[in-house]
Write a protein that binds this ligand. Structure first.
Ligand code: BGC
Length: 738
């Protein structure tokens, strides 16, 4: 009897244990366990085929998960200004969904021009919510390639010419996106500063320039922003394509910066299986199949990291060490995103996102010139406003390449103005010039009919009549998102405004001197008529709420507070790369201007720009006090704080961006005259004064010593320079590094 009882007891225990084992979650699904342990557990369970499958695409924008284990697919989306509409599985054509119209946010150039870290965070959070709602777990953006030349067709997707500013602005964006359980994929790493020959050009750059100019924004995104993904660039460095580059991916990104995230190829950026195995790449997207099946559907098995990789493993040329590393990183991406059950659900096309876009646009708009206070348009004295130019009506959310959007709505500048001033003044419109009447990108059509049969002379005559009869003339011109303008794939052909706009502006200002030129672009343009035109506004590509935000600023509901993040040269040869003929290169492009990019070049060569880096006006005025330092001399482990009083001396509230530049007065290696190392945006009521303090440490004094391969801060004298722009210096104070 007792024996029997014992036997029953054992049996019951056995059944209970077995049931509880069945109820127990496998380790990889147990989110109370550390991610690394979960990754190892999932990895152990995967077959070779499953491992190979998850490191390359299965469609234009997705890669498989591990269906058997319940690990979801990865879905990518462009990026960086809104969530791209759905394309077909195997083609770029529209899938034809009716629920994928997003909020278009302002271009990153506009975001950077706010110099407002909180707005970058708002941007990241909002676009991340849109991505999350659309079930995308990787956002292909933001982009932080440095503005080397005003001809780069993709400058509008980036944050300007200064590494420090780009680094400061990219971090909150990344964190904001990722707070939604969506990975930010920072792009295009690195040295992707032109579109000409983008798939093949080999960039020659010295180490100092690489580390001081072209890498810091990426480093900030990786180290301070903790980005979960990074995209390799199309071009080459040291003869190797950057999607599988020993130097930048293995040595710098993973070795020096300790990057734990995934490296995703740019679409079609992989060229070699062995290099893709060993040189830092994790996920391959957008490849064609070796030319064998150009555009053939379901050709993903032919990807460099698909069958060809497996064959090398089977032949014994490679073990699975590299593969397991890649798989670990892809799994980690899943655990941080799709498999995080606590992540929010997101939201899409919401009013809140529209308002976020409007706020960013308002603060990004830059008042470049405002003589005779033509702006803001005084609605008490203005009966008629002439609006002229194609860019007053042309939709700008469609076009430009991969960042093109199917926006839920887009307020044009003309509509924005009409809505705002409708009852107070007449708004009369004339086209003035014809740029590009088309409006189609991969099947997203604007639906606008911009066909125009009249001749250029007729359009000019009409515009002059309209201008003559108005109190103020606002010309919306600039570039657009068509090929060879602000658009992926090609660079601009020159600095000039296209479509004979210079002539239009010159003619209009003859008949009405109250002329405002609003430059819609992501790049600097030449302004040969600048002395005749009293007011110029940099209007960027501002997304869904663009027209509203522009109206807000033009009539003065909002006081402009943006500052440009790249120099406007008078002429192309005033730009350093062009002055030495090092653009666009051929098979190679030599960055022999070195560190002297943007204002660093203008400072060194004493070439006056049309508008300097950091420049932007307000409808009020600011007066700066004298900058002081909290110590005269600092130890290498110290921090030092500079303080300056800023007073609003005008009649209305406004915000000012106070810039701190550091100048190394004597150094063993040549250094730029000064470099941006801090900034604060401060809002002041009329008459109000505030002290603005900026603290730095020795990293702000350091340069990259290529012989030592390290950052060095040399003891000696430095100068802290406070400016309202890189050319409008307010005061300086000397200090010493011990
Ligand atoms: C672009 C990337 C983009 C990708 C996917 C590429 O051509 O360079 O920026 O994310 O396409 O659309």
């Amino acid at each position: 009897m007792i024996k029997q009882l014992i036997r029953v007891g054992f049996f019951a225990l056995f059944v209970f244990q077995d049931l509880s084992a069945q109820n127990q979650k496998p380790l990889y699904l147990d989110d109370t366990k550390p991610i690394d342990a979960r990754v190892e557990d999932a990895l152990k369970r995967m077959t070779l085929d499953e491992k190979i499958a998850i490191i390359h695409a299965q469609s234009k924008f997705s890669s498989p998960g591990v269906a058997r284990l319940g690990i979801p697919e990865n879905w990518m989306t462009d990026g960086p200004h809104g969530i791209r509409s759905e394309v077909k599985w195997d083609e770029w054509d529209q899938a034809g969904w009716t629920n994928d119209s997003c909020i278009a946010f302002p271009a990153l150039t506009a975001l950077a021009a706010t110099w407002n870290r909180d707005l970058s965070s708002l941007y990241g959070k909002s676009i991340g919510e849109e991505a999350r709602f659309r079930n995308k777990n990787v956002l292909l953006g933001p982009g932080v390639n440095i503005y080397r030349t005003p001809l780069n067709g993709r400058n509008f997707e980036y944050m300007g010419e200064d590494p420090f500013l780009s680094g400061q602005m990219v971090v909150p964006y990344v964190k904001g996106v990722q707070s939604n359980g969506v990975a930010a994929c920072v792009k295009h790493f690195a040295l992707n500063n032109q579109e000409t020959e983008r798939h093949g050009v080999d960039v020659i750059v010295d180490d100092r320039t690489l580390y001081e100019i072209y890498l810091p924004a990426f480093k900030a995104a990786v180290i301070d922003g903790q980005a979960w993904a990074i995209m390799g660039a199309y071009n080459k460095y040291k003869g190797q394509h950057l999607c599988h580059n020993q130097y930048l991916l293995n040595d710098v990104l993973r070795g020096e910066w300790g990057f734990k995230g995934v490296v995703i190829s740019d679409w079609g950026g992989v060229h070699d299986t062995k290099q893709a195995i060993t040189n830092g790449l994790d996920m391959e997207f957008g490849s064609w199949t070796d030319g064998l099946a150009w555009g053939k559907s379901n050709a993903y098995d032919g990807y460099y990291l698909a069958k060809p990789y497996k064959a090398l493993i089977e032949k014994g040329e490679f073990g699975t060490k590299e593969l397991d590393e890649k798989v670990r990183r892809v799994l980690r991406l899943s655990f941080l995103t799709t498999m995080d059950k606590n992540r929010p659900f997101g939201s899409f096309g919401s009013e809140e996102h529209g308002l976020a876009g409007r706020k960013i646009a308002q603060e990004g708009i830059v008042l470049l010139k405002n003589d005779r206070s033509v702006l803001p348009v005084d609605l008490k004295k203005t009966k008629r406003i002439a609006v002229i130019g194609e860019n007053a009506i042309k939709m700008m959310t469609v076009g430009g390449g991969s960042s093109s959007l199917k926006a839920k709505y887009e307020i044009s500048p003309l509509d924005g103005l009409k809505k705002r001033v409708g009852k107070e003044a007449d708004v009369v419109y004339a086209r003035g010039y014809v740029g590009d009447a088309s409006g189609n990108y991969n099947g997203v059509v604007t639906g606008q009919n911009l066909e125009e049969k009249r001749s250029a002379a007729e359009l000019l005559a009409e515009a002059k009549n309209v201008a003559r009869s108005a109190d103020v003339v606002i010309v919306f011109g600039g570039l657009n998102k068509s090929d060879f303008q602000d658009s992926e794939g090609n660079d601009r052909k020159g600095l000039e405004l296209p479509y004979n706009q210079d002539n239009l502006i010159k003619e209009l200002v003859k008949v009405n001197k109250n002329l405002v030129f609003v430059n819609i672009s992501g790049n600097a343009v030449a302004m040969p008529w600048i002395n005749e035109v009293p007011s110029v506004v940099q209007g960027w590509f501002l997304g869904s709420e663009g027209g509203n935000a522009l109206a807000d600023v033009l009539v003065g509901d909002v006081n402009p507070s943006g500052k440009i993040t790249f120099s406007f040269p008078v002429k192309l040869s005033d730009n350093s790369a062009h002055s030495i003929g090092e653009f666009p290169g051929g098979k190679t492009v030599n960055y022999s201007e070195g560190l002297f990019v943007g204002y660093r070049h203008h400072d060194k060569s004493k070439i006056k720009p049309l508008f300097p880096f950091g420049h932007g006006l307000s409808y009020t005025t600011f007066e700066y006090g004298k900058v002081t330092a909290d110590k005269k001399s600092m130890a290498a482990s110290d921090k030092i704080t500079f303080t300056v009083a800023v007073k609003n001396t005008g009649k209305r509230e406004g915000s000012e961006i106070v810039q701190l530049y550091i100048s190394d007065l004597k150094s063993s290696l040549p250094r730029p005259v000064k470099e941006l190392k801090g900034f604060e945006k401060v809002t002041l009521k009329a008459g109000e004064t505030k002290n603005v303090s900026i603290t730095i440490d020795k990293s702000a004094l350091s340069f990259f010593d290529d012989k030592k391969h390290d950052w060095v801060a040399e003891p000696g004298d430095f100068e802290a320079i406070i400016g309202a722009s890189s050319a409008n210096i307010k005061s300086k104070v000397k200090f010493t590094l011990q």
